[in-house]
Write a protein that binds this ligand. Sequence first.
Ligand SMILES: [Zn+2]
Length: 403
Amino acid sequence: MKFNIKKKPRIFSVGFDKSFNVKDYGKVNVDHTDKEFELLTFSNKKKDYDFGITNWGYYATPSINKRLRNNGFQTFLVKNIYNNIFIMVVDDNKLTKFKKYIEFENQKILSRLDLFENDDDFIKKLMVSKKTGKYCENLKCLNNHKNIHEIFKYIKKPPNEPNYGIKNYKRKVVKCQNCNHFFAIHKINTNKFYKENYSIISHGKNILKKFNKIKKLKSQSDNFHRVNRFLNFFKKYKNKKISLLDVGSGLSIFLDAIKNKVKWKLIGIEPDVNFVKFGREKLGLNIIHSNLNVKKLNNKKFDIISLNKVAEHIKNPILFLKQCNNLLKKNGYIYIEVPDGLTASKQKKAKYQEEFAIDHLHVFSLDSLNNSLNSSSFKVILIDKIKEKSGKFTLYAFARKIK
Ligand SMILES: [Zn+2]
């Protein structure tokens, strides 16, 4: 056995929004002869945990339902959002910390293992945890009344919301307790917002002024970091022949920021005529004036589609994502950004968080974004939740078309 311990550990960040630092102190080289390895935690020397090395592999834990349990550990089978499975051994004095971690990392406890009675019991427990997810896969959970709870009720326009001139301002936000997706409930026609005046009401009369203001922010803008993570993900394609469709291109701030950094063919599609004119005339971009529409795109297929804060405005996001899927070439990619409702709902004045604004018909959670992509024949490659420079709580995902 050989120990290579580093004096200065290599530190790297893991978890959502890179929230946890891991310190890598080096390596222990073993040959696979029978050995045992004991780990003692500083806090409580009695709580030992050992790791067995054999000539065929490892004993990852001591006996779960006997030694670990007697030493004050509970053991769980846990699944993360990518369907990776872990065995986690938890100090029973630190269960609250563990539950917090699981919740933040959006992991699911499939079963507790140290109370394992027999095979049937184990299978039964797994089946129960599987059953609850079904309704949520296609965002049909709104019809599963048992799980739907009212979260916010509005009877007048919140002070920080743009004035769309709505006469009878009545709306609710409800939440699915299983997948944590938020649905807007009201009779207000938000579709009307985007036809003519959305750009003016939401961004002011002078689009150029707004555009320059964001550009001036440089690394303090949300767009700066969006462009970075986007180009970092696609870095090996930078100089390839790639076509990108930016759906709901808005101010064109995203397309403008990447146009000189890649050799791609860039197209935007946008329903608001003021935004379209601005993108074409001031920025020289190719922007189509339309909602997402196959005919307007001449039945063209794209390598990448980007959806920057768009899906939350759509009545049926699953249908919309399926349409996007159809517009992609084989193995094409989608980049999607949506508001993070679950994190926003935990803030002090959650009701007035912009994530729950009137024009958001859906506010997502990691689970519901993941489910929505999976139900639209995408495989999620990378998904994360972040706090943006503007203070917005955002989820983003890169996913590949699989059908
Ligand atoms: Zn649900």
